[in-house]
Ligand binder design. Structure first.
Ligand code: S3P
Length: 430
């Protein structure tokens, strides 16, 4: 699918972003291994999360869709999953494959997890190695570095493991496997990553604690079903934040956004770039912070983004790169090597598209430099099959007078199926 975008400038009004992808995945996974029925309100009906639903249905879990945005998961307890017939297919979803690997490591049956072309190229050794240390038998392409993975779980033992890369998916896989291990599992993080698994496990009665970079889990006999209300996804909201931040005289209220501090790096960066971002109506729902975010565009300047903030905004770099192209001065993004192993090589995808628009960009192994503030031209852009690249470039195109195109834009369905309609609704012609 090719999407044509007529450059417009003002972004006005109110928007509710789609439900959080990370939390939606976890609600099905943790709901499936809890006792009783978990009701999930505002579940994300998008391709990635539907892959997780399919995988658990194949393991005998009843999952019902209710209305347009809720699901119920009939949990069967920690030992209630059954051996699937055929492969479990994770599609494009790294979260499905890596977290599922953790749960499968604790089961006493063998299962195969496969993915699409992009997921089959993404590194799996980062979960396979520590799960093997816990006692799981896992095989995969190239010695277990890539999917498909064949996982034969069994008697696991707790380990003390320092994450070599900052990854919430790896941390979560180990914590979920830790539910089935003998003794305590300790995951050491040098940089704090999103803690949705810890929050949800605690809500469901798990024994889990987090202190000073050490996350500890010990097995419990049972997890108990809970109602989960999923907040809006700040990673989807980020595209609208940037659209408003770069639009002249723009003002946008984004409602019910998840504001977990491990995810709010985008707000810190936009403020540092000179944008007004106000938080209103803060509350805590299902253990997660939620609030409304008001963004007012009034001109941006370049910034340096590196080090510890990176895990707090890693998925937002495509959107931030677009903000940087419209900002005055240089923006430097470093310590972001993880971008090379996302749904596409995001450093390459961003550089390719921004150059087409007429931005001066330099590529580094672990980041990029963007010289902002130049007059940009409408162009034909490429998603590289990556949802966040398609959305970021659509936001850029919205602010450049003239007609741009985004090729292979159907990938927005991975996380935000109604993205283009929503973007059109909140933008006004010059
Ligand atoms: C996610 C963790 C991050 C993030 C991904 C979702 C999660 O990946 O980029 O979109 O739900 O735990 P890594 O763990 O690979 O950093």
């Amino acid at each position: 699918m090719e999407v044509v975008i007529e450059g417009k400038r003002r972004i006005k009004g109110e928007v509710v972003p789609p439900p959080d992808k990370s939390i939606s995945h976890r609600s099905v996974m943790i709901g499936a291994i809890a006792e009783g029925t978990t009701e999930v309100e505002r579940f994300l009906f998008a391709d990635d999360c539907l892959r997780t639903v399919d995988c658990f249905r194949k393991m005998g879990i009843e999952i019902e869709f209710k209305g347009h945005d809720s699901v119920t998961v009939k949990g069967k307890g920690l030992r209630g999953l059954r051996k699937p017939e055929g492969e479990l297919y994770a599609g494009n979803s790294g979260t499905t494959m890596r977290l599922l690997a953790g749960i499968l490591a604790g089961q006493d049956f063998e299962a195969v997890v496969s993915g699409d072309e992009s997921l089959s190229k993404r590194p799996m050794g980062r979960v396979v190695e520590p799960l093997r240390l816990m006692g799981a038998r896992i095989e995969g392409r190239d010695g277990g570095r890539f999917a498909p993975l064949t996982i034969r779980g069994g008697r696991l033992k707790g380990i003390h493991y320092e994450l070599p890369v900052a990854s919430a998916q790896v941390k979560s896989a180990l914590l979920l496997a830790g539910l089935y291990a003998e003794g305590e599992t300790v995951v050491v993080e040098r940089q704090k990553t999103r803690d949705h698994t810890e929050i949800m496990l605690k809500e469901f009665g798990g024994k889990i604690s987090s202190n000073d970079g050490l996350v500890r889990v010990t097995p419990v006999e049972k997890l108990f079903a809970r109602k989960v209300v999923v907040p809006g996804d700040i990673s989807s909201a980020a595209f609208f934040m940037v659209a408003a931040a770069i639009g002249e005289n723009s003002e946008l209220l984004i409602k019910d956004v998840g504001l977990n501090p491990t995810r709010t790096g985008i707000i810190d960066v936009l403020r540092e770039m000179g944008c007004t971002v106000e938080i209103q109506n803060e509350k805590t729902i299902s253990g997660e912070k939620v609030g409304d975010v008001l963004v007012r565009g009034n001109g941006l300047c370049g910034v340096v983004i590196d080090g510890k903030i990176m895990p707090r905004l890693i998925d937002e770099i495509p959107a931030i790169a677009v903000a940087a192209a419209f900002a005055q001065g240089e923006t430097v993004i470093k310590d972001a090597g993880e971008l090379r192993v996302k749904e596409s090589d995001r450093i390459k995808s961003i550089v390719w598209n921004l150059k087409k628009l007429g931005t001066e960009v330099e590529e580094f192994e672990d980041g990029l430099l963007i010289r902002g503030g130049r007059k940009l031209r409408p162009s034909d852009m490429e998603s590289f099959g990556d949802h966040r690249i398609a959305m970021a470039m659509a936001v850029a195109a919205m602010s450049i007078p003239g007609q741009s195109r985004i090729k292979n834009a159907e990938c927005v369905d991975i996380s935000f199926p109604s993205f283009f309609e929503t973007l059109n609704r909140i933008s006004e012609p010059f």
